[in-house]
Write a protein that binds this ligand. Structure first.
Ligand code: C2G
Length: 458
């Protein structure tokens, strides 16, 4: 008979400190074999921990190095604790008493023990002492400015204190009575010539390139709404400036940073639906009904919206080998586009975008053994279903979140800066280039037609 007593405990263990160590030692003292579950970054973000400084790898290594820890596992989702209790035949689940009551439900599987927490020390305190807050400025006063500011408040290592916009009166109205953002600039160079370290750009699409370029050259990290550039080779140029200046340049494609979206990619990697043959994603938005300017809509559905389906298709199917566009136009610009791309192994990407047609904004990833369905709006991924021929085998994944999902993107951006890491694994420079290429190809295929049209208009 095996009398070995197994203890399990979980935590983030960011900037491992004496409080963590004491807790782990106490946990070990309860038995013979100590398993420590280290939360991964995606799971932490899904439970609202947005400011973890160290990468999962680094945190795991630090725990592995402790000689009283016998096994380290990674915690990736909410139900994992119950699964682990059974899997490892756990005798005691131990956790700090800041969690009293929260894990009583696990008494069904094991014995739950809350241990005294060490007073006066915490990762939050260490983060505050060791890292200064990142000062950020917003370029472009638009409809979503308030949402961005509101969401940034959930990310504690960032402070937005300046704003730039060409429209002086609008700026004045915005900053008046605004305690948080008291500084408004209608001159971009002056705005950049302040102590801000990072810029979020949300202006009209054709301004993105030049505003990003200036910001990078002024040594600022840049988060910019998509598409970053509308001209050929512009994005590559911007990325090489970012590399030279050792600055982060990230596309504000919020979907890429959502916990559920990343969990979905992980599920696909396990081969759960077999070989992936097709990815279909739709995004439509009737901007006119939302009171957007005609000028914005004249950018075309492909420029405004295609980055979202391109992200999903690229992340799942990889490099595109061939691409075809089936657009519908009105007054010279595309109000819809059906974009069909061929990828490795002959798999197909089917992206539908529209600003003049309304449709269901869902996505389906089809494989040889099953499919994943993401209900509308798929780009705000919260829930997805893994389905098979035998419907009893189907699974549902749920990652509800509050707000509009921007906080995960802001957290990724600021933690890249804080870690001195330029490239996001969730949206790497090569992902950004591949996504941008889709709309560049479309614009390129339209160039001659637009030129002819302009001539006629003159
Ligand atoms: N801890 C402690 N004393 C401190 C700080 C933390 O005893 N001064 C304990 C916590 O109570 C927890 C462990 O150290 O048991 C890890 O703490 P965190 O890294 O903050 O992780 P936490 O968010 O508590 O993760 O699935 C994850 C778990 O639910 C808990």
């Amino acid at each position: 008979m095996n009398n070995k007593k197994t203890i399990i405990t979980y935590g983030t263990y960011d900037m491992l400190h004496i409080g963590h160590m004491k807790l782990l030692e106490r946990a070990k003292a309860l038995g013979d074999y100590l398993i420590v579950g280290v939360t991964d970054e995606n799971y932490d973000r899904s439970r609202g921990k947005l400011n973890v400084v160290e990468s999962t790898k680094k945190r795991v290594k630090a725990i592995e190095a402790l000689d009283f820890v016998d096994k380290v596992i990674i915690e990736t989702h909410k139900n994992q604790k119950a699964e682990d209790m059974v899997k490892y035949d756990v005798d005691i689940f131990a956790i700090g008493d800041d969690w009293v009551g929260a894990f009583d439900y696990l008494n069904e599987y094991t014995h739950v023990e809350y241990l005294a927490r060490t007073e006066g020390i915490s990762s939050t305190k260490l983060r505050k002492e060791n890292f200064s807050t990142i000062k950020m400025g917003l370029a472009g006063l638009g409809r979503d400015t308030q949402a961005f500011i509101a969401e940034a408040q959930f990310v504690s290592n960032v402070k937005i204190n300046r704003i730039y916009d060409e429209d002086f009166l609008a700026l004045k109205a915005f900053t008046k009575g605004n305690d948080e953002i008291a500084y408004g600039h209608d001159n971009y160079d002056e705005f950049l010539d302040t102590s801000i370290q990072a810029v979020y750009i949300d202006t009209s699409l054709e301004q993105h390139y030049i505003l990003i370029k200036k910001a990078l050259e002024a040594g600022k990290h840049v988060l910019c709404e998509n598409p970053l550039a509308l001209g050929k080779n512009e994005l590559k140029e911007l990325l090489s400036i970012a590399k030279k200046e050792k600055r982060v340049l990230l596309t504000a494609l919020k979907t890429a940073f959502l916990p559920a979206f990343n969990q979905l990619l992980k599920e696909l990697e396990t081969g759960v639906i077999g070989e992936i043959k097709e990815v279909r994603a739709t995004r439509t938005s009737l901007y006119l009904e939302k009171d957007y300017s005609n000028e914005f809509i004249a950018q075309g559905a492909t420029n405004i919206l295609s980055s979202y389906p391109s992200l999903l298709i690229h992340k799942v199917l990889g490099k595109c080998k061939e691409i075809k566009f089936f657009d519908q136009k009105e007054s010279g610009y595309d109000i819809s586009n059906l974009i069909i791309s061929r990828h490795k192994g002959g798999s197909l990407g089917v992206a539908r975008v529209a600003t003049g047609i309304k449709s269901e904004g869902d996505a389906v990833i089809s494989g040889t053994r099953g499919y994943i369905y993401i209900p509308a709006p798929w780009w705000l991924t919260k829930k997805f279903y893994v389905r098979f021929e035998d419907e009893h085998k189907s699974q549902t994944f749920n990652y509800e979140f509050e707000g509009d999902g921007l906080r995960y993107m802001i957290a990724e951006f600021t933690s890249l800066i804080q870690r001195g890491n330029r490239k996001s694994k969730k949206l790497s420079p090569s992902d950004m280039v591949a996504i941008n290429r889709v709309l560049l190809d479309y614009n390129e295929s339209n160039k001659d037609k637009i030129k002819t049209k302009n001539k006629k208009e003159r």
